[in-house]
Ligand binder design. Sequence first.
Ligand code: SF4
Ligand code: SF4
Length: 645
Amino acid sequence: MAEYEELTACEASLEMLKKAAEDGQETAFDRVKQQKGCAFGEAGSCCRICNMGPCRINPKKPDESRGVCGATMDTIVARNFARMVAGGSSAHSDHGRAVAETLVMAAKGEATDYEIKDRIKLLEVAADLDIEIGERSIEDIALEVGERCVGMFGQQEGELDFAQRAPEPRKEIWRQLGIFPRGIDREVVELMHRTSIGVDQDYENILLQASRCALSDGWGGSMIGTELQDIMFETPVPIESKVNLGVLKEDEVNIIVHGHEPLLSEMIVLATNLPEMQEKAKSMGAKGINLSGICCTANEILTRHGIPIAGNVLQQELALLTGAVEAMVVDVQCVYQGIGQIANCIHTDIITTSPKAKMPFAKHIEFHEDHALDIAKEIVSVAIDNYPKRGKVAIPDKTESLIAGFNHEYINYMLGGKFRASYRPLNDAVIDGRIRGVVGVVGCNNPRVKHDDINVRVVRELIANGCLVVMTGCAAQSVAKAGLMLPEVARDICPQGLWEVCEAVGIPPVLHLGSCVDNSRILIALTAMVNEGGLGDDISDLPAVGCAPEWMSEKAIAIGQYFVASGAAVVFGVSWPTTGSKNVTDLLFEKYNDIYKNSWHFEADPEKMVGKLLTLIDGKREALGISAKRERVLYDMAMRRELKI
Ligand code: SF4
Ligand code: SF4
């Protein structure tokens, strides 16, 4: 058992790892030991983008060799990093495109299972896009919003509309650098072109386009995903739920949705609640249907419906090993091929649903938005049919409660009230030191480091040091499992200032903001803090930092790059993919402070990572002139006007 304790900080996962070994089943935790890693790949110094290669430059002797085409270490490392940004941006953005296309279909009456649930959000987004509201019908407005968003993918010139939401000084930086994103697809295509053989061979220039591409994700594809999902499925509000493998039920049909796009998972929620489906489950001897989620699609239905989370990305194989899952329904992104191999040995069906993502050992039931609910019913039906085929079941008796469903709209409302929605109290709490700073902790799990351990340790220490933490992705699920997303945690762990704020507004010190595309919510929240006043003129002035302690996906690199290009410092853990080139690493870690007024940082050790985050926050506080511990004062309008910061 001790050897497994090195692998995960999650008790339910520990139990399942032991069971995997007993059953002779292999998981990512085993395969990571077989994949030792390669020094060239780790340094980013291997190039295989043309057939004269692969070419490898020795990270210890970077100046002694070049690729066959003459490419230097700097060029190769910058290209590899930039292509991670392109890959990550394309994933978020293709998700956003599917949502925009579905909104158009729904508005035209061609996808009748989808609705415009959040009309207020629709009108807000329409107003931001300068779309006329007048006496027009909701469907008409939704159609124009959807079509404008679809258009942003193919836009060739000009400036992306949602990027206009950024603070003015930030937009000026982008314009001066020539990186204001034009169209979402254009930036990805141009980055892929520029990093192919014999094109852009200036590492600084390559990374400028990487920023432009990443910005088209954060302020484009991801933001479209978040905004339009809110319109169709409602903007989340705080909601209580449970997390970890113990949410699976022994006497019910267990269906897990896994992947990213709520277009599918929302329909599965609807289908599982239909009386006909519940009856069918009972006719098979089950007490009902129990839906849960894994990864970001779990975050989507958690924040809107309170559907429990079975686990994060590293628990997808472990969930199947309980023997209690009738179907794991997947769409796109972060779905391990390993689940097919495990499912092949047990009664579970892996059901792929996207024409973009098929896999061996899976049943493919293709999802189409124009008859979404019928397909969801077919999927649920397949799961129910599997229930009698179950063998022995072993569900860890481990769950934790959490409150999720926070976002810019709710922060605004909870702090200011319905009629005076405002970030003023948040900014005041930061200014008077009750909140030391705001840290976005995002990203994944990675079996190269102890599962959940770093995410949890970093967040616990941050809130103990007075930081308000906002979270998305699988990192949020790590921290929820550790019980840190409950309001009562504030009094136990946080210093007096932070717990007073948390208690006054009834929030936990760690706010679950949703899925990975919902990192766009953090951009909006940071911009709202700037616009509220008193904390500088740009995102780069705020005592706010981002970090991804256990990242693995290239989507995390895209997110980091758009945060840095938007002015927020970012600290990543695990390992860093540009170490082969001193010039590229210096650019990202040092020179970006001149270019973007903040930069990337790397720190694998959780304690040192917290130290770095606090130093960055305190540096901003000092620059704002709010570093000294102040007596708590209530700012009236006159005092606010006098505030020079
Ligand atoms: S592009 Fe250059 S460095 Fe890369 S594989 Fe081809 S020859 Fe080698
Ligand atoms: S946080 Fe990482 S692992 Fe989890 S769903 Fe997002 S990209 Fe995938």
